[in-house]
Design a protein around this ligand. Structure first.
Ligand SMILES: [Zn+2]
Length: 464
């Protein structure tokens, strides 16, 4: 046997993406994501392979569900080279440092609670900031898009634009000895969005395809429709005299929201308001965005040469805690963008406490809410939630705008697959099983159903 694949995360589930491709004696790990939500405890299991033997780790992009276990890997013995685009490395650094901080704070809270209630102490954080800094030394091969890199003279790796977040890539790996091509989608982007380019299309002769299926079951509304919906949310909320909260991840969505609000402002559509970017991480990420204009789409690049695409008057970047607390004094006409995106922690929880019980306020979800998160509970219609040990009624208007998603919908996933002629196997990954099954049925009209496979966690499959 010359090649096999093992699924260490993102298999029959959404989080923890990680796949080990072995081609003869070369071992290439694709992503090493953190398990999140209900799957979090999986992070404490030892990595299922001998990490000392892994030669390369290729990162598709810097979301934590694709990079978050990297410090664990290094602690467990990984000494290989990490390959990624320049923005992925830059963003990965701030994301991992933030992840260490979030875990430490979360641990402190749980620990105090366990003492108070006489419970078992919580599991310790997976890593600290020192472990994170240690793993940066393995960030060794910065690879631009569409620039082939040959490993050991027999394996070619090329990163292509996945159109998901700044620097995101899908990965083509070619076994030159056997002329076999592997394709790992990473997370594919939605189309016609601002800032990043649309995804590239893969080669038609790909043999083994690993495709994400986060939204394999549905199509998103168009971006333009979603913008209108967003504008209406803002207007309605301000007419009622409330604030509008946007829980968002620090990456891409936060920058997109700023970009859209600036557009609204320039088109004189935005009512008078304050906009707060209340997330130190999003503020840092926005700086990285400004540092990498060569990764923008044409329109954003053209704008960038004249203005700052992520700035508008009355935008306040509240890095300090005190500034963040001062937002509590504002009872109406504020747009508060804060992390984290699924309400499992971060400053957004304080804003929820101050606003979610007020029916004149709104909570606007612009991203995917995994099972087991507070965000999902609210989206599913919870009437009361627990915040800082207190029960709080949910009275604010809840909106979900899915057209801002940085994930491809079903239509885009199919479009990305469209050039591929006759693959040997298609593996559906990074999705909830029920959604994968819907996507499988649709794919079965184009490809032989026996070739489409839903791998399970820890499954290992020989390829040739
Ligand atoms: Zn992602």
């Amino acid at each position: 046997m010359e090649a096999k694949i093992a699924f260490y995360g993102g298999a029959y589930g959404v989080t923890g993406s990680s796949f080990l491709l072995s081609i003869r004696d070369t071992k290439i790990l694709i992503d090493c994501g953190l398990f999140q939500g209900l799957e979090f405890e999986n992070n404490y299991l030892p990595y299922p392979c001998k990490l000392q033997d892994v030669d390369y780790l290729v990162l598709t992009h810097a979301h934590i569900d694709h990079i978050g276990r990297l410090p664990c890997l290094v602690k467990e013995g990984f000494r290989g080279k990490v390959i990624a685009t320049k923005p992925t490395f830059q963003i990965a650094k701030i994301m991992l440092l933030d992840s260490a901080k979030v875990m430490r704070e979360h641990y402190k809270t749980l620990y105090k609670k366990s003492l108070r209630k006489g419970l078992e102490p919580p599991l310790p954080p997976l890593y600290d900031e020192l472990d994170v800094v240690e793993c940066f030394r393995y960030f060794q091969i910065e690879l631009p898009y569409s620039t082939p890199l040959v490993l050991k003279g027999e394996i070619k790796i090329t990163l292509r634009d996945a159109g998901h977040i700044l620097g995101s890539a899908y990965i083509e790996i070619e076994d030159l000895k056997n002329s076999k091509k592997f394709l790992f989608s990473g997370d594919l982007g939605n189309k016609n969005k601002p800032i990043v380019r649309d995804f590239d299309l893969p080669p038609q002769d790909s043999n083994f395809v690993f495709i994400e299926t986060t939204y394999g079951d549905r199509n998103h509304r168009s971006f333009e429709e979603s913008k209108l919906e967003f504008l209406q949310c803002i207007r309605k909320t301000f007419e009622k005299g409330g604030n509008l909260l946007i829980p968002t991840f620090a990456l891409e969505r936060a920058q997109e929201i700023l970009y859209i609000l600036r557009e609204f402002h320039e088109q004189q559509l935005l009512p008078p308001c304050f906009v707060f970017l209340d997330s130190p991480l999003a503020i840092k990420a926005t700086k990285i965005y400004k540092d990498n204009p060569s990764f923008y789409d044409e329109e954003t690049l053209e704008l960038f040469q004249r203005i700052d695409p992520f700035h508008l008057p009355n935008l306040y970047l509240t890095e300090d805690k005190e500034d963040s607390k001062a937002i509590n004094l504002i009872k109406s006409s504020a747009i508060i963008i804060a992390g984290n995106g699924t309400l499992t922690g971060g400053r957004i929880l304080h804003h929820l406490k101050n606003n979610i019980w007020r029916e004149e306020c709104s909570l606007v979800f612009v991203g995917y809410q995994p099972k087991g998160t507070l965000g999902r509970k609210i989206v599913d219609g919870a009437e009361r939630i627990q915040l800082f040990g207190e029960e709080v009624p949910v009275k604010a208007q809840i909106y979900t705008i899915n057209g801002f998603s940085s994930h491809a919908g079903q239509r885009e996933l199919l479009e990305w697959l469209s050039p591929i002629k006759d693959p040997e196997r298609i593996f559906l990954i990074h999705g909830e099983p029920e959604k994968m099954k819907i996507f499988k049925d649709i794919l079965s009209t184009r490809f032989c159903p026996e070739k489409i496979y839903l791998p399970h966690l820890l499954e290992e499959i020989p390829l040739y």
